[in-house]
Design a protein. Sequence first.
Length: 403
Amino acid sequence: MAMKSLCFVLLSVLVAYYVYKPLPDNMEEKWKIMLIDATFRSLGHLGNLAEMFGVKHYMDVMMLLTYAEHTEPTSDDHVTVTDTLFSDVPVRLYIPKGKSNALKRAIIYIHGGGWCVGSAAMKPYDHLSKQSAHTLNAVIVSINYRLAPKYHFPNQFDDVYNAAKFFLQEKVLEKYSVDPNRIAASGDSAGGNLAAALAQMLLHDPEVKVKLKIQVLVYPVLQGLDLNTPSYKENAYMPLLSRTLMVRFWSEYYTTDRSLFEAMMSNTHISSQDAHLYKYVNWSTLLPGDLKKNHVYKIPDNQNTAFVKKYPGLLDVRASPLLAEDEKLAGLPLAYVITCMYDVLRDDGFMYVSRLRKAGVHVVHEHYDNTFHGVLLMNSGPFPLSLADRMVDKYLNWLDTNL
Ligand SMILES: *[C@@H]1O[C@H](CO)[C@@H](O)[C@H](O)[C@H]1NC(C)=O
């Protein structure tokens, strides 16, 4: 009996030790966040083990969460949900059931997951899309683009682009009773990256007559040149998206070859030959003073040009929308950008906001100073966060007013 109690105490201590993580003072609902993070971290550890023993690729294990949260397309009283193909790209379509003949608004939604995991059919995404369709009486097109490690850049972008371009045809919009002047692209994390790139490419595509009215970028990834910005350094071990995981996502976007991952971890994947591009991602000029703190700006001093030669996508604006010249940014649609303080990607968002504003683009920047990456989707599941509800409400309110 004493032995059993001792084991129980020891086990509890171990679990508490594993789950406990010191978090910033101003984060709300810390224990829930720790439990969410511990669950996610365990999956990561399992992925590392599986990879170490050569059983599975790390991302195949991370993908288990996507499968676990898979939902079939399910219509309800307000919204009809179907899976279909737009230009051979799978999309999940949400059509509000309202009787009115008036034209509807539309959102092209692009899910996150580091270009490697996630799906429009995942419970939190499916829920957000249904809620958006119902609340805004809008058609939602949620794109299931192909994922790494099986497919690499630019397949993910191409799928998003092709599906969006198909939808933006006048005859297709007519079929779904969509107002061509009231269409947004929206995405979170890697989806925000694809949404930003989509908005840039659509703007300059002469074949596309219908243009976006709005781009929504929720804690987006916007550049892969400098993986040592102050936010990468300060938030390297914050919940959900560690620096290591983000770098892993970046490298998998291009290749499964681990040498790129190692180079990106040490921020030596770009050579000084391409140093001229750093002005587009110079956090020393693009970040507000209170985020720069006492970090010292320096561009990598590195002579190895091999990676850029092998993976030219590293310098491609469709992967790093921050690399666009000012003239290419001018004329982009109204942007709603969400950033979170304790997120490695915080500075990507801040830098894009600065650059868009300098180019004359209207930006509404919603910065949450008390939370971490991924929080928008935490309003369901076993540990729902109240901040997630508030963020979604604000997001939908803003779209309702502006779209
Ligand atoms: C970055 O900005 C700083 C000024 O804040 C400047 O001294 C430096 O030359 C810039 N570097 C690049 C690569 O643009």
